[in-house]
Design a binder for this molecule. Structure first.
Ligand code: AMP
Length: 401
């Protein structure tokens, strides 16, 4: 069974074709700059080769047609016919409260996704374009929607409710939703597999630390809390997002500068976080480089970034009455041993015996143990694989039809 995974952005389509008989990646790639005709391109990786082809692409349907023709191309392709693709799994950012697992796309699902646009206006229209392109280019092919929020639907009400007028929730569904759910679900399952324990017997803290970053508390296999909120702005310090902030700042800055609310929120999303604190760098590698060279603002950004992660790990250990295992994942979590060392410093109180040497000499791209055998809490790097998670969930949905 071959499954095509699509992650559609506003001007891009990320794709992976996976053979789910053996969970093998057959091809992956990225269509970029859709709509910018002279700059549109496809980068396709298969059989150890990477190929970039420029081609004017007007819309997502044209982008998808390009992907499909490449997948069956006699030179670059990995399949003979599109009939070999059993289904397409789509990453959908928001499933609101309705979708607690992946579903086969039908008219009702499409209508719901349209209704949820207001909840994630930056992502949902693009996600929808991905589904519509598939329906147009491959009519009759099964599409499965895999929601980024679904894993978090198990949060108890006292975790997901904000302490605001109840009618905000009843009338407008204002609450914590959480994001990166597909990733946290994958990480928690993989960690329990590596530990050889049933996920139902574990208290896990999953740290997805990339440009966007969130932490999730997974107790007995279920998410009980996560750092992102109504939108992905809440929680940790991120590349350009502020994370937690007193909402009164929004009005204050609007009054002081003349920015309207939308402009202040945009600044919190796009000009804050590591970029805001350092004034120059949203990329964690730059923060490390310039803080090591003594740049004061980069040093502050580095410290604040680590401090908030530490704080949430402590909070989630408290929320779960302990922690058995902690995982670091995503671009920064998988790659920056300095960040991991700084987060794990002075955590003996939790029963963590961190192996600094193992952490420093870690192997990239594999599940890797960072705690000593004597540690009460197991600490691991678990490389996330959201596409594999989407493909697994798509296969599961097909199996239940
Ligand atoms: P992601 O959003 O998961 O793709 O992660 C992007 C972040 O990962 C950026 O801030 C990068 O600086 C960071 N990153 C990627 N590769 C490395 C690396 N080799 N060392 C340190 N950080 C890295």
């Amino acid at each position: 069974m071959k499954i095509l995974v699509i992650n559609a952005g506003s001007s891009s389509i990320k794709y992976q074709l996976l053979d789910m008989e053996n969970e093998k990646l057959l091809a992956k790639g990225l269509v970029e700059r859709i709509g910018e005709l002279e700059y549109s391109s496809l980068t396709h990786k298969a059989n150890g080769n990477s190929t970039t082809i420029m081609r004017p692409l007007q819309d997502h349907a044209q982008g998808l047609e390009f992907v499909l023709s490449t997948l069956v191309d006699s030179e670059l392709g990995v399949i003979k016919s599109l009939d070999e693709i059993s289904a397409v799994g789509h990453r959908i950012v928001h499933g609101s409260e309705k979708y607690n697992s992946a579903v086969l796309v039908n008219d009702e699902v499409i209508k719901d996704i349209k209704d949820f646009i207001a909840l994630a206006p930056l992502h949902m229209p693009a996600n929808l374009l991905g589904i519509e392109a598939c329906k147009k280019v491959m009519p009759g092919k099964k599409n499965v929607a895999v929601f980024d929020t679904a894993f978090h639907t198990t949060m108890p009400d006292y975790a997901y409710m904000y302490a605001v007028p109840h009618s905000w929730y009843e009338d407008f569904r204002v609450r914590k939703y959480g994001f990166h759910g597909t990733s946290h679900e994958y990480i928690a399952n993989e960690l329990s597999r590596v530990l050889g324990k049933d996920i139902k017997d574990l208290k896990i803290i999953s740290c997805h630390i990339g440009n966007g970053a969130s932490i999730c508390a997974v107790k007995n296999g279920q998410c009980i809390d996560t750092t992102m909120g109504f939108t992905p702005l809440e929680g940790l310090v991120m590349g350009t997002r502020s994370g937690d902030i007193d909402p009164a700042v929004v009005e204050y800055m609007s009054n002081k500068t003349g920015m309207d609310i939308h402009e202040v929120i945009t600044a919190l999303n796009k000009k804050s976080g590591l970029l805001g604190l350092s004034e120059h760098y949203s990329d964690h590698r730059d923060i490390m480089k310039y803080s090591n060279e003594g740049d004061k603002k980069s040093m502050l950004a580095r410290k604040k970034f680590v401090y908030v992660i530490k704080k949430y790990i402590g909070a989630y250990a408290a929320a779960m009455n302990g922690v058995d295992a902690i995982a670091f994942s995503a671009g920064i979590g998988e790659n920056s041993y300095e960040m991991r060392e700084e987060v794990m410093q002075d955590m003996e109180y939790l029963g963590i015996n961190f192996d600094k040497e193992a952490n420093k000499n870690f192997e990239r791209g594999v599940n890797y143990k960072l705690s000593k055998d004597t540690s009460k809490v197991s600490v691991y790097v678990i490389p996330t694989d959201e596409e594999m998670s989407i493909a697994r969930q798509t296969k599961y949905v097909l199996g239940n039809l």
